[in-house]
Write a protein that binds this ligand. Sequence first.
Ligand SMILES: Nc1ncnc2c1ncn2[C@@H]1O[C@H](COP(=O)(O)OP(=O)(O)OP(=O)(O)O)[C@@H](O)[C@H]1O
Ligand SMILES: [Mg+2]
Length: 255
Amino acid sequence: MTLRAAGIAVHFGALRAVDGVDLAVGPGEAVGMVGPNGSGKSTFLNAVTGVVAARGSLEVAGRRVPLGRPGAIRRAGLARTFQSPQTFRELTCIENVLLADRDRHATGLAGAWLGRRAMWRRERRRWARALAALDRVGLADRAEEPAGLLSYGQQRMLELARALVGEPAVLVADEPSAGLDDTETAELARLLGDLPARGVSLLVVDHKLDLVEQVADRVVVMQLGRVIADGPPAEVWRRDEVVEAYLGRRGAARG
Ligand SMILES: Nc1ncnc2c1ncn2[C@@H]1O[C@H](COP(=O)(O)OP(=O)(O)OP(=O)(O)O)[C@@H](O)[C@H]1O
Ligand SMILES: [Mg+2]
């Protein structure tokens, strides 16, 4: 499995925000995660990316990785984008992507001098990779501009480039369509939809069910910290417990 999370539990005092969740994402698979506000989706993603203390076990790209270790989890091949974009506004777009690249060797001065040909080769490769990642999200022509000059939608795309530059085995995206207009959402759906074919598995949380249905082969529905349904989107939407927990809100949201 590309991502296997078992028995994940996160408690905040008496609140069981995530209450024993098992979830596996296979190679080349795209899984959507939906559920009402506060059902524990972001907290689950925080648990599997190691940024919140959690119980359970985690496997990334077939290897056991300890929970609570964001760096190790990232190096194992799990990348993540956040509910609100995390970019460095003063740095240029390409600098933002370079900083996210996991191939960052600390050579030291002497090592850099002795190995300078190798270092330059590696630097050139890093820049080429960063530029390719920007190109993939349509930002290649903004490479030298400060990230702060980008529109909100473009910042979300920059965040996606940062997540993809290290060629992760799996991307975990929290509400990537939040704040995007229809055109930007369509572009996002195209980008996310392409990932599995490029060898990047996907776990995407989003409130836009159309987007989820477009990119995901399978949907997991969360309620009160638990998985209440797991299956192909068209089938899952029809289940009574899902209609009750979630689709009522969908109807309401769509007026
Ligand atoms: N750091 C925290 N401390 C205390 N409670 C928290 C913390 N983070 C989240 N919670 C609570 O845990 C529950 C799950 O929240 P979470 O953000 O995971 O929900 P969500 O499914 O992502 O919701 P949304 O769709 O609104 O993003 C909520 O009741 C929330 O208030
Ligand atoms: Mg959330």
